[in-house]
Write a protein that binds this ligand. Sequence first.
Ligand SMILES: [Zn+2]
Length: 138
Amino acid sequence: MSTFISDVVDDDAITCEVCKETFKTDEITTDDFNFAWDNLVSVDCCSSCSPQVRQRRNFLLFTADQYYPSGGMSDCRGQFDTLQEAIDYVIRTQPMGWLDDTHVLEVGDDFIVHHIKPDTGTVEVSVRLKVLPHKDVE
Ligand SMILES: [Zn+2]
């Protein structure tokens, strides 16, 4: 179901940051306009401009034989376009008992770790990685 933009922002008009066209917020819906705060596009923009600024997301699957992780990138089993594709792959290729310690790292402008529940293959919790302040190596 779509919502009028006027229901989510206070302004009477909103401007696409790509084509600079201005829209009345009571005439367009959330299907017509994308906000950067949703992390799908890098700037606020209309839907015709959104493919130009869509944020590319990659999903890296990490899983290991139960009790025998190789460690780090050695447990990375591949890159997927969506979280569901990564989960489907691990369910298809790993015996259920081996789903322990399965994580999917979502990589975009930020990084999100999805912990996959061992028995069901569903997402148990998703955690956005904190950006740590840079430190000089001592
Ligand atoms: Zn536009």
